[in-house]
Design a protein around this ligand. Structure first.
Ligand code: NDP
Ligand code: PHD
Length: 370
């Protein structure tokens, strides 16, 4: 039984792949009561398929809120398009192992796929969209459809959760003060970023692990695609080629459940560099297209600038605005670069499920789902 069968609304029917996972559970909570989307089909691996959702996540549901009543008895299917025939959109919280072929099969079946997985982020036809930064990259979608031979089907990806946190303030700074030159970022990443069961307690308790496979490369590469533009013929991205970005990342896993902290230092191409006060004002005033359109999941404030000297902190600030914006604090001069600050973003919300849902809301508002 789907939520759809008990509803007479005109909501868009959506499916969810990877519904049982860490990110999948966050999608469930967002989509179970969404004003425009109606959860109509759930998918996961063959070990979950055939069970009602509540049974499939037994012992693995790690959210403080309970499984929503209107989702608990929905059946979990294998991730095959035939089970999602009534859907127009699918969200994907799939493990990157299966995500490549599965998401492509859904696109070929004329579904619009909004994915968290890394597989298509580097695809030159796929927009890599952080909704508070570069929704205009979705303008490539007609060309993607033309190239892959679909009428409606496409894939939009969102970014790595650590990339997502930093590109929001970086975009604000570039928009106001011109191109950035160098960016140095040190991350302190929550354990939920590794999924469930993820990092073993013996590895992470009383400890910090200074390595997350592939993460530094993703931050360094994705930042240029996201902060770059889309070419005027809407068939390619420019990867910030006019002013190549130099990005260096150090990634660490820390014993925090949700919320990635990142210490960022930046230098600007233009001289003189902006002052601390100018930077704070710019971050506070940054307003995104998602907010201007007024999509349901957009935060009121894209960047919350904290003045207290010891904020933001994961436990205190990760759920501010339902985790849909980013938090910046400790904005100060950097004696090596120009400016340094701390960013906190909720890795499973704006770093994952919220980004996908907001991307779909923007796509709907801009007519890409008709
Ligand atoms: N956690 C985070 O902060 C972020 C994660 N991501 C990305 O989102 C995706 C999901 O991450 P996360 O939720 O943490 O991972 P989990 O390991 O918690 O969940 C993975 C999901 O994929 C399903 N799955 C696994 N193998 C298959 C298969 N062969 N066929 C169909 N379904 C399968 C699982 O189903 P079952 O339960 O049945 O095994 C489960 O629903 C990943 O690609 C990850 O890189 C992106 C940004 C942030
Ligand atoms: N690697 C991230 C989460 C993640 O899955 O990233 P990606 O979607 O880029 O593979 C973390 O550990 O916090």
């Amino acid at each position: 039984m789907s939520v759809a069968s008990s509803s007479s609304s005109q909501k868009l029917k959506v499916g969810l792949l990877g519904a049982t996972g860490t990110v999948g559970q966050r999608f469930i909570l967002q989509l179970a009561a969404h004003p425009q989307f109606e959860l109509a089909a759930l998918g996961a691996s063959s070990s979950s398929a055939g069970k009602p959702y509540i049974q499939a996540v037994q012992g693995r549901w790690k959210q403080i809120r309970r499984v929503p009543d209107n989702v608990a008895q929905m059946p979990v299917y294998e991730c095959k398009p035939e089970h999602f025939a009534e859907c127009q959109v699918v969200f994907s919280g799939l493990d990157s192992g299966p995500a490549g072929p599965v998401e492509d099969a859904f696109r070929k079946a004329e579904l619009r796929v909004f994915s968290n997985a890394k597989n298509y982020r580097t695809d030159p036809l796929c927009p890599l969209v952080v909704p508070l930064v570069n929704p205009e990259h979705m303008q490539i979608l007609p060309y993607q459809r033309q190239q892959v031979g679909t009428k409606k089907g496409f894939i939009v990806t969102n970014a790595n959760c650590s990339t997502t946190g930093i590109v929001v303030p970086l975009k604000a700074l570039e928009a106001k003060f011109g191109p950035l030159d160098k960016i140095l970022v040190n991350t302190m990443q929550a354990i939920s970023g590794a999924g469930y069961p993820g990092v073993s307690s013996l590895d992470i308790l009383d400890n910090v692990v200074p390595f997350i496979s592939g993460e530094e490369e993703k931050i360094e590469w994705e930042t240029a695609k996201i902060l770059g533009g889309i070419k005027s013929d809407k068939t390619a991205f420019d990867y910030h080629e006019e002013h190549p970005l130099k990005v260096s990342a150090h990634c660490n896993r820390v014993p925090v459940i949700d919320g990635h902290m990142e210490c960022v230092s930046v230098s600007f191409k233009n001289r003189p560099a902006p002052s601390v006060e100018q930077v704070k004002k710019c971050l506070e005033e940054f307003t995104t297209e998602a907010q201007k359109i007024g999509v349901h999941s957009a935060p009121k404030q894209a960047i919350t600038v904290h003045e207290e000297q010891d904020r933001p902190q994961p436990r205190l600030d990760r759920d501010w605005q339902n985790g849909a914006g980013v938090n910046v604090g400790r904005v100060r001069e950097c004696p090596v670069f120009d400016i340094k600050f701390v960013v906190l973003s909720n890795n499973v919300m704006i770093g994952a499920a919220t980004s996908s849902v907001m991307n779909a809301e923007i796509a709907l508002a801009k007519g890409f789902l008709s």
